[in-house]
Design a protein around this ligand. Sequence first.
Ligand code: ZN
Length: 198
Amino acid sequence: MDVFSGYMDKLIGELSSLPGIGSKTAQRLAFHIMYMPQERVESLAKSMTDAREHVHYCKECLTLTDQELCPICANPKRDHKTIMVVENPRDLAAYEKTGKYEGVYHVLHGAISPMLGVGPSDIRLKELLQRLQGDVDELIIATNSSLEGETTAMYISKLVKPTGIRVTRIASGVPVGGDLEYIDEVTLLRALEGRTEL
Ligand code: ZN
């Protein structure tokens, strides 16, 4: 039974397809939007289409940015010889929030998962290996401590060790299966400081 108009149902449907938004929240948001001034709704919609249109991968670390290089890669004060490998831009953001990491990053956009059919060529490993041709002192592997994250860490370590570059893994203060973005800054820092050689 259609309770609302087709437009309203479509909006609720679109909103509830977003992660973490159930049908009740979707309804609440849809009603909220109906009561917002027209220009606020237009600005909200435009910020979504603008971001989608202009945001792409950083040429260097592959995080999301609207410049050629993200602000981290473009910053000469960062230590460009230390690269931290993360699974996604959210993990990068979590480490940036600690304000203590001075190196740069490499975003894989996924993790190796034989179960899900995600192989090494499905994540951005090729780009990482290219970066390692340059002047790099240390590669810190900060993939999640899930099975996929560990598999990916092992794979990268095997590839990189023969090059002589120091390869480290963040400490297991990060709970198993824990998504990095949900872990507080103190735990993240501890994991970084307690990293071990691979
Ligand atoms: Zn970058």
